[in-house]
Design a protein around this ligand. Structure first.
Ligand code: FE2
Ligand code: FE2
Length: 390
């Protein structure tokens, strides 16, 4: 039986890891490949914004899912502390006493092998399988492999691997810059964004795809318009444009759900509703939308609040909340009486525009014979009072 061990911090696991593992599995004709995330690598300090072990395990399992004869093991994470390869090999050796164990590693690791914990015993138990990116690596590996053959009687294997040019360090910084998506499995990327690991922020194209797939097709134009308008308003009034964009893209993601589905989400997220809300589907989607946006896309608090209050408003609204409330109201696909005046006002005085928008909304609701929500009235009173005071 031929077993491969592929260790690393997988922080995060990316397509380069998977490609390397697949290449090695083929080249070495492995019967089993164990992918083993390290708790603490002995040879280097983990960067400050490292993902928690549990997160790295979930991501690694997703990154290698569906790969034949491959299993992600948590033995190093469970052991905790510095992850010494010799301990891991001991564990696998006792489970598979007759197997040939190939230890997969990069050239940089291979040339330090003699310095690893209990190196002599370790080298005696495994066949090093070294990834080479080309002739330069080949030469370095061959030189060191010759030494190893002389000193330990071990023949290392070279695995030619056209590495996908990305390092985890670069990837982490790209993620913080709304990039990196092309180097990650879709499930891994979603996980990183939903937990905002590595200070990541979502790629907007991806975020739109995700959001639009949750809408009724006819609502997509509205959400597109809302995004444009929100960014314009944010620029006009000095709100964070990226946050405005995120909030606008996501503000209606639960809008198409039925009352039953809304109530199930309320239960899931511990959302408590008053009687007016329970009688009005439209009011629930702001609350459930904010909760789902946080759960699925890890939105920051300001974005959560902007989604949460986009339907009723509230007393003491933050600038971003006003921006999204108004963008939703006046975006380019809207058409109602008084819209032009409201649009103009939005760019002259955001608070006056809020007062007008809230008033129009109250009148609109009353015209259907319904009660306006008390938060809407409070939002209006608050702004009117602030205006008198100024
Ligand atoms: Fe909405
Ligand atoms: Fe909307």
């Amino acid at each position: 039986m031929r077993i491969g061990i592929f260790g690393g911090t997988f922080n995060p696991p990316h397509v380069g890891h998977r490609a390397a593992a697949e290449t090695a599995a083929r080249a070495l004709r492995l019967d089993r490949l164990f992918v083993i995330p390290a708790a603490i690598p002995p040879h280097k300090a983990l960067p400050e914004n490292t993902a928690q072990p549990a997160d790295r395990l979930v991501m690694t399992k997703a990154a290698f899912s569906g790969m034949e004869r491959t299993e992600v093991l948590d033995i190093e994470l469970k052991r905790g502390g510095s992850s010494y390869t010799v301990d891991t090999v001991d564990e696998l050796r006792s489970a598979y006493p007759d197997a040939e164990i190939f230890l997969l590693m990069g050239t940089d690791m291979f040339v330090t092998l003699k310095n690893w914990r209990e190196a002599d015993r370790l080298i005696g138990m495994v066949t090093p399988a070294v990834f080479s990116r080309g002739e330069n690596d080949d030469a370095e590996i061959a030189e060191y492999a010759a030494e190893l053959r002389k000193s330990h009687g071990v023949s290392a294997r070279i695995v030619r691997n056209d590495v996908i040019e990305i390092s985890s360090t670069e990837l982490r910084s790209e993620l913080a810059d709304r990039g990196g998506i092309e180097y990650l499995d879709g499930v891994v990327y979603s996980y990183i964004i939903s937990h905002r690991l590595y200070g990541s922020r979502p790629d907007f194209r991806w975020l739109r795809e995700q959001a639009y797939s949750m809408l009724k097709p006819k609502r997509v134009a509205h959400v597109r318009g809302c995004e444009k308008e929100a960014v314009r308003l944010a620029a006009r009034w000095g709100a964070d444009e990226d946050n405005a964009r995120e909030a606008a893209i996501l503000h209606d993601i639960t809008k198409k759900l039925t009352m039953d589905e809304q109530l199930r989400l309320c239960e899931k997220y511990g959302i408590i509703n008053d009687n007016v809300e329970l009688a009005n589907l439209k009011l629930l989607h702001a609350k459930t939308g904010a909760a789902v946006a946080r759960d699925m896309f890890g939105v920051p608090d300001e974005v959560y609040d902007a989604i949460r209050w986009h339907t009723t408003g509230r007393a003491g609204m933050a600038l971003l909340e006003k921006v999204v409330y108004l963008a939703d109201y006046i975006e380019p696909t809207r058409d109602f009486e008084g819209l032009d005046a409201l649009r103009r006002l939005c760019y002259e005085s955001i608070d006056d525009a809020m007062i007008l928008g809230l008033r129009m909304s109250v009148d609109d609701i009353k015209s259907y014979g319904e009660e306006p929500h008390k938060r809407t009235l409070e939002a209006m009173e608050y702004l009117l009072r602030a205006k008198e005071g100024s």
